[in-house]
Design a protein around this ligand. Structure first.
Ligand SMILES: Cc1cc2nc3c(=O)[nH]c(=O)nc-3n(C[C@H](O)[C@H](O)[C@H](O)COP(=O)(O)OP(=O)(O)OC[C@H]3O[C@@H](n4cnc5c(N)ncnc54)[C@H](O)[C@@H]3O)c2cc1C
Length: 282
């Protein structure tokens, strides 16, 4: 049997998170689905953390999970009419371009997000009152046993920015809308422009840090408290969008956590609302 130790690399986790916070750690980089299966078989029920685009992930300085990156896995896509089977490591923006070329639309609301299909599915990502699950038919998952299992959408418990998926998402099957390429490209451009105008996309960030409490907006609560620009070390509440925390250079994990705790405390004191993190901490 192949020795999976050769799949480990010591890397700076900063490079695997869109927030550019992290330290050196061992990460598995499987190059084939057989490699991935061997990793799952070896570690069984030990806690694993798949890493996709890293656009929602904050790394602690130390952690005890088995980190597995999707970076070097083969990228696969199969289009049959409006049914698309795509590997989880496909970047959403590349996927949207491919879909537009095939006159397939629906997911344009995700345009401009620096994420992969697997992470977007695990998080049930959404924007503009739409969520990715609306377009998902089924998801192929590698379970802790090393066996693959196909889940229908209704088995996945996809809720607001969460799912009950346990294991590594291998493939997602989408059912998209038939639309004209021109129309789809227009929607993509409009959504990217909207993000550029309202989000600090030129600085390292993880999108919205907090989930919206029911019936209200986390960004608005933080903005109403005048917290834009609040800073701990190099971690700053963005001036452009109050629910975005940016890394202005060398922010540490502690800087980010201290700032989020400060925000949470101020929101509780003023509004009696407990903000919950949307981002994932490893
Ligand atoms: C500029 C910017 C804008 C954003 N805008 C939005 C937005 O509009 N709407 C929105 O919902 N989010 C948004 N986000 C947040 C983020 O992009 C989403 O949460 C996205 O779903 C994360 O995908 P990822 O591939 O980067 O996942 P990662 O950060 O790599 O991982 C996120 C979670 O998914 C899990 N995961 C990743 N890949 C797999 C896999 N193959 N199998 C199983 N689990 C996996 C990870 O273990 C982790 O728990 C934004 C982020 C940024 C930086």
């Amino acid at each position: 049997m192949k020795n999976i130790d050769c799949l480990i690399s010591k890397v700076d986790l900063k490079e695997l998170s869109h927030l550019k916070v992290g330290s050196m750690a061992d990460v598995y980089f499987p190059k084939s689905y057989e490699d991935l299966k061997l990793i799952y078989e070896k570690f069984g029920d030990e806690e694993k953390f798949p890493i996709g685009g890293g656009s929602n992930t904050l790394f602690k300085d130390e952690h005890n999970k088995i980190l597995i990156s999707d970076k070097f896995l083969p990228k696969k896509i199969k289009i049959a009419g409006n049914i698309i089977k795509v590997s989880s490591n496909y970047n959403i923006n590349a996927f949207l371009m491919k879909m537009a070329a095939n006159n397939l639309g629906g997911l344009e609301f995700l345009a401009g997000i620096p994420a992969n299909i697997g992470g977007l599915t695990f998080m049930n990502a959404g924007a503009n009152n739409k969520e990715i699950f609306q377009f998902i038919d089924s998801v192929l998952v590698l379970e802790n046993s090393g066996k693959q299992r196909l889940f229908r959408k209704d088995e996945l418990n996809l809720n607001y920015r969460c799912s009950n998926i346990r294991g590594f998402i291998l493939e997602v099957n989408f059912k998209l809308d038939i639309d004209s390429k021109e129309n789809i490209m227009k929607k993509i451009a409009m959504n990217i422009m909207k993000r550029k105008n309202s989000q600090p996309i030129t600085k390292p960030n993880l999108g919205c840090f907090f989930k919206n409490p029911s019936g209200s907006s986390a960004g608005k609560l933080i903005d109403d408290l005048g917290l834009k620009g609040l800073q701990v070390g190099d971690a700053i509440v963005s001036d452009k969008h109050a629910n975005f925390i940016i890394n202005n250079g060398n922010a540490s994990f502690q800087n980010i956590i201290y700032l989020t705790e400060l925000i949470k405390q101020k929101v509780i004191n003023q509004f009696n609302i407990k903000l919950e993190l949307e981002i994932k901490i490893v």
